[in-house]
Design a protein around this ligand. Structure first.
Ligand code: ATP
Length: 231
């Protein structure tokens, strides 16, 4: 098991947003948290990456309880968050953005990993000397994922990567996620688009009112997922 959540609670002050979420991510899986705007997807991911502290429950990464670790130590243990809005530095080149993802590595390892990323995502190779701010939205999303992979995390948590993208770019992002799995990193994805969720995920969990729906299903059962989401 890569990630295990046991009865996680989280919120802001007296506002309780996540109310007892339990789930697991196995090696090689993409697990999608599907929910509408405001369902608490981002809050859940933040509580896992340590940007906010869970108010209850536990978070276990590869057998280690990380519930009380600060964010930077969770990242070092291999739990990496690609936030909504991507967090790309517009004024830096593609290459420098990638290097930031590997800043704890020595220079030659950085070079090697960056080359691996260019091989995995040729669109970045073509643009390596461009300012990241000049890339399209979809290319920036791929850069954000590649930057996250520079440290070879065990699990990448990605928040709404297809938001606002044209359908052709959505397909490209989905293909890039498959590349991430092939490189040995599992994925926890937050998504509000049910069609994307069922296309990409191994398992879809529907989040509503801070809880996962009982109707969550393997992606083979797309009808059940749509029913749960629209209920
Ligand atoms: P979106 O698709 O808009 O990102 P989401 O499912 O990720 O939606 P969250 O951003 O986790 O939802 O928000 C869940 C609830 O928590 C909302 O009611 C929101 O208003 C509230 N919330 C989010 N961030 C904060 C904050 N910093 N302080 C107080 N309340 C917040």
């Amino acid at each position: 098991m890569i990630l295990e959540l046991k009865d996680v609670h989280a919120g802001y002050g007296s506002l309780s947003v996540i109310r007892g979420v339990s789930l697991t991510v196995e090696p090689g899986q993409i697990v999608t948290i599907l929910g509408p705007n405001g369902a608490g997807k981002t809050t859940l991911l933040k509580s896992l990456s340590g940007l906010i502290r869970p108010t209850g429950g536990s978070v276990i990464l590869s057998g280690t309880d990380i519930t009380r670790l600060p964010a930077h130590r969770r990242a070092r243990q291999g739990l990496l968050h690609v936030p909504e809005g991507r967090g790309i530095f517009d004024d830096l080149t593609v290459e420098d953005n990638l290097r930031l993802g590997g800043q704890r590595l020595d220079r030659s390892t950085q070079d090697r990993r960056a080359d691996e990323m260019y091989e995995m995502f040729p669109v970045l190779s073509e643009r390596r000397r461009s300012r990241a701010g000049l890339l399209s939205g979809g290319q920036q999303q791929i850069l954000a994922v590649a930057r996250g992979l520079m440290s070879r995390p065990k699990l990448l948590m990605i928040d709404e990567p297809t938001m606002g993208l044209a359908p052709i770019m959505v397909s490209e992002i989905i293909a890039s996620l498959q590349g991430v799995l092939d490189s040995g990193t599992s994925i926890l994805l937050a998504e509000q688009n049910a069609a994307v969720a069922t296309r990409v995920a191994t398992t879809v969990q529907v989040l509503s009112n801070g809880e996962l729906s009982e109707h969550s299903a393997d992606t083979g059962d797309a009808d059940a997922i749509f029913d749960a989401y629209l209920a």
